[in-house]
Design a protein around this ligand. Sequence first.
Ligand code: HEC
Ligand code: HEC
Ligand code: HEC
Ligand code: HEC
Ligand code: HEC
Length: 488
Amino acid sequence: MRQRSALFTILAVVAALLAAAGAVQARSPVFDVDKEFYPYYPSLIKWNKSTVPFNAPEVCGSCHEQQFNEWNGSVHSLAFRDPIYQGELNKAVKAVGHSISRQCEGCHSPVGVVTGEIKGPGFQGLSSMAMAGVSCDVCHSISGVTHWQTPSHEPENGSFILTPGVETANGQVLVKRGPFKPSPECGGGFHQCEESDLHLRADLCASCHQVYHYDAHFPIEATYLEWKHGPYAQKSILCQDCHMVDLDTFKRSADQFVIPDRKEYRHYFNGANFLLTYLAAGAAKKAGDEELARNLMRQYEMAIQRLKMAADLEVTPVYRSGRLAELKVRVKNIRAGHNLPTSLTNVRQMWLEITARDEQGTVLMTSGTLNPDGSLPAEARAFTSDGMGSDFHFAIDPWVVTAFSKHETIPPKGWKDVHYGIQVPEGVGRITVEAKLRFRQADQKVAEALLGAVPKDIDLEQIYGIKSVPPLPVVDMVVKQETVKTAP
Ligand code: HEC
Ligand code: HEC
Ligand code: HEC
Ligand code: HEC
Ligand code: HEC
């Protein structure tokens, strides 16, 4: 009898355990979310809450003029005001509801999220701190990261901790973290300084440069992990060593794996987005701010140069039965520290345009020329990704994309080969081949849809002087011309 009841107890305990496991499973057996640990979920920001305020970049700029001038005009300074972002944010809130905006703003304007100031898309009534996007006091208040506690156990959706300062018996003390051992004068009486190893690691950038689906935890943008699993991480070349330096220094970091000298770091955060800085330069000119317009045009030119330095092309003939049968084009990622392209790979477009002509200039073969309506032809060889939703159908919007149906980006220092079949008429001895690697921020229709969705209080004509979306500019990253014999 005693034995039987013991057995019963064991069975009851096992049953209870199984039921508990079932309950966990109903949530997600893979991505367990602790909403007490992450109070701003679906953003994974944490804030050591106190009365200590954040300060707008102009305040920091009054003592740190050089850093301010480099940052002001960067994509970080535009991260919240970016009209393409505001359009997509507006669409997201309409599709999913207000809570998703926390996820987006956790990276595009983190301070606006923790202070609760940003209530939705649009600019109305916002402080300069909220408008400043990824500003000085975001990065220099970061006191730690929670990369291993996130649902995906990777850096994800803003998994950093903000601590702008501490409350002491004598009042509020601002604490700014940076690369140096603080000197007694550090902070000029305005803030205290703390030496931070985190600011000398890519982990500082990782939390925002790993964008996950707000609920399914699928990595839509994976720049940090692409870098971490590549050759630059192994040689200790960080994000900062290519994006916080001028172009010559970036080239040296990428080619020779030389870590820049501390004096060489700049606050440009320059990437590939020439379109945004170009639009913003127009807005600054219209508003009469010539200095900002110059900064923005410098960012625009640097982004184009960076794109031109990122890749290379090789054209090789392939002969079969003594005749030219194919052209092989090798696209090489020579200087991007992550895949090329990276980040929004399902929105950005990078593709090959190729034309082969005989000696008279007659076109024998062509591929990748844009259609008259500005769209990319279906047969063009592109090096981007296609997103799909949980129904496995094609999707673009980040609240829908939970997987990729294909991913054609090129790993760091790696390459992709494309073969083009070609039939050369008898009697043609040699042909000329022109191959171009081309890049633009988005498909024409996608850009029109996003800019068409900006909230009503953002008047594109008044701010940017644009009535309709002009044809999106394309950058030729590499252009190669080769003469090829039609027989070996
Ligand atoms: C984890 C941080 C993070 C989160 C969360 C995030 N973003 Fe972003 N977003 C980025 C980064 C980083 C880029 C820049 C990528 C690039 O340049 O390719 C970006 C770029 C964009 C762009 C392209 C802007 C342009 O000018 O081309 C849009 C649009 C955008 N985000 C919208 C959103 C929306 C809407 C959400 C919420 C559903 C969101 N983002 C959530 C980090 C984030
Ligand atoms: C995206 C993050 C980020 C933002 C935004 C940012 N910084 Fe920095 N800052 C860094 C990093 C990383 C370093 C360390 C660079 C290095 O390795 O020397 C740094 C270094 C510094 C230093 C030390 C001296 C130097 O230039 O290396 C100062 C001062 C500074 N930042 C001030 C500012 C100010 C002022 C702003 C706003 C105008 C700003 N930062 C915006 C990340 C950031
Ligand atoms: C009253 C002048 C003043 C203001 C305002 C000011 N700083 Fe500083 N800060 C200094 C001085 C002085 C130093 C030490 C010398 C240097 O690095 O330029 C310093 C150093 C720093 C450093 C390097 C710390 C280290 O240990 O590596 C960072 C980062 C920094 N400041 C960020 C900021 C940020 C962010 C703001 C705005 C919230 C700001 N500062 C506002 C005067 C100021
Ligand atoms: C608080 C979040 C956050 C942090 C931290 C952060 N970034 Fe960003 N970064 C963004 C967002 C958001 C964008 C895109 C804004 C947009 O396109 O509207 C961006 C854009 C960029 C771009 C420009 C991309 C382009 O298309 O031209 C570069 C380069 C970049 N970040 C590098 C860095 C580096 C290097 C660090 C670390 C030192 C870093 N970021 C840290 C949020 C962040
Ligand atoms: C070896 C140099 C190098 C390193 C290291 C590097 N990048 Fe880049 N990055 C580039 C180049 C070149 C481009 C332009 C080509 C492209 O878009 O990939 C770029 C582009 C970008 C873009 C813009 C993508 C777009 O389509 O607008 C972002 C964002 C970015 N990098 C972030 C990072 C982050 C975050 C890290 C660290 C985890 C990093 N990069 C490390 C060289 C580097």
